[in-house]
Design a protein around this ligand. Sequence first.
Ligand SMILES: C[S@@+](CC[C@H](N)C(=O)[O-])C[C@H]1O[C@@H](n2cnc3c(N)ncnc32)[C@H](O)[C@@H]1O
Length: 209
Amino acid sequence: MKSHDYWQKQHQNYSTYDWITKPTIFAEQIVNLLPKNGKLIDLGAGQGQDSRFFAQNNFQVTSTDFTQDALDISRNKSNNLEIDYKNVDLTKPLPFDDSSFDIVYSHLSLHYFDNITTQNIFNEIHRILKKNGILAILVNTINDPEVAESEKIEEGYFLSPVGIKKRFFPVKYLRQLIGDRYQIEILDENGETYKDSIKNLIRFVGKKI
Ligand SMILES: C[S@@+](CC[C@H](N)C(=O)[O-])C[C@H]1O[C@@H](n2cnc3c(N)ncnc32)[C@H](O)[C@@H]1O
């Protein structure tokens, strides 16, 4: 199935759950590590529960996704919050100037890409982040039980049973992407969500050197 069609359907499905309206566990865990009132971009924000949470906490938020319906759902829930919504496809160069954000945040959206695209995305993130800015991400782990049901495409990258391509990160691979470009504040496998039962997702928070 085409990734975009999958996500449009998946967001209709997500809309039926109550977790979609509340901030994620990861956002609440890391919010106090972020530069106060900073300019924050949420990549693959989906229905924007974290974008709205950060806006409520006085960050200047740009909320992005390539599924327009999801951005529209979030906009409709934004009431008087000031959020800049932008349709951004992560497989393309990010349409933002160098050093334009204090925080790049992404919750479960950076693991749908092959190795070359993933490397490009991490380079683009580094480019748009200011020096001393914070990168905060939650990604799938290679220890996810779904890996056993998936078909390998390339190292760490699989065709999942529902027909979309998904990357499952070993910590070592994430360390390679990060390189020596960040001072690590958190890097562990203690991430969890309300959506799934696994409790060993990879959490990364790092400061751009
Ligand atoms: C698992 S959802 C996470 C959404 C939200 N961050 C959350 O945690 O609820 C993955 C999101 O990535 C988005 N996505 C997938 N591929 C993308 C791409 N190429 N460019 C931008 N967003 C993409 C999907 O539309 C979807 O909203």
